[in-house]
Design a binder for this molecule. Structure first.
Ligand SMILES: Nc1ncnc2c1ncn2[C@@H]1O[C@H](COP(=O)(O)OP(=O)(O)O)[C@@H](O)[C@H]1O
Ligand SMILES: [Mg+2]
Length: 234
């Protein structure tokens, strides 16, 4: 089995804007191996979120190919993509994106409904995941009864619940104070140490320090790609 979880060749993403075309990603080549811990950095507007949305199958490229876990997702239909997203991707957003009137337990269990698990299995697994993210005593709380850091822990739990191939997080600490940011990054470190592939976006150097590989984007291309320590590549 290939060690590559992501294989991207010459990805282009253009957006029509009136009569013009905005060229946001201008030919990205990228391989990410199973078990890597990657941080994307780069100036605002350089294309980080556009690339993350493509990696997370929330969007499809204008050109190029994307092989995720051995499957070519660049030419899939919307319903095929929805299934891949549910099975293969755990996405964490800057603004948490939880259902507001729903408990932590049910927010975490939600992706398992689409995956077809029984109610009993969903409850068991969601409880396990909430314990793992340190919220065993907050399962019945709704988002407005939780702090920002706790909300992001719920969102991380939801991302993990279906045991995805990759965990993607677009500025996951962007709405958190520095102490809470460290706690959330320690959680991502644990998730990575447990064998997961973690890919995040940040504009803070001390957050990027947690990753083992830092990829800098500028103006829609990869400017640099640096592995900081030994990461097995084959
Ligand atoms: N749907 C869209 N339509 C037009 N332009 C877009 C769209 N999405 C993003 N862009 C443009 O693409 C560029 C990169 O955006 P983004 O990927 O959000 O950057 P980053 O996350 O690095 O700050 C920006 O100039 C933005 O205005
Ligand atoms: Mg962004």
């Amino acid at each position: 089995m290939s060690n590559k979880v992501i294989e991207i060749r010459n990805i282009i993403r253009n957006f029509p804007l009136g009569q013009e075309v905005v060229k946001v990603l201008k030919g990205i080549d990228l391989d990410i191996n199973r078990g890597e811990y990657v941080a994307f950095m780069g100036p605002s507007g350089s294309g980080k979120s556009t690339l993350m949305n493509l990696l997370g199958c929330l969007d499809t490229p204008t050109g190029g190919s994307y092989i995720l876990n051995g499957k070519d997702v660049s030419k899939m239909t919307d319903s095929e993509l929805a299934e891949v997203r549910n099975k293969e991707i755990g996405f964490v957003f800057q603004t948490f994106n939880l259902l507001p009137r729903t408990t932590a337990l049910d927010n975490v269990a939600l992706p398992m409904i689409y995956a077809g698990y029984s109610k009993a299995d969903r409850k068991k697994r969601a409880e396990e995941v909430l314990n793992n993210v340190g919220l065993g005593d907050r399962m019945d709380h709704k988002p407005n009864q939780l702090s920002g850091g706790q909300r992001q822990r719920v969102a991380v739990g939801r991302a993990l619940v279906n045991k995805p191939s990759i965990i993607l997080a677009d500025e996951p600490t962007g709405n958190l104070d520095s102490k809470t940011s460290v706690e959330i990054m320690n959680l991502f470190d644990e998730i990575h140490a447990a064998g997961n592939t973690v890919i995040l976006v940040t504009h803070e150097e001390d957050i990027a320090e947690h990753a083992h590989r830092v990829i800098r984007l500028r103006d829609g291309i990869i400017e640099s790609d640096t592995r900081k320590e030994m990461v097995s590549s084959e």
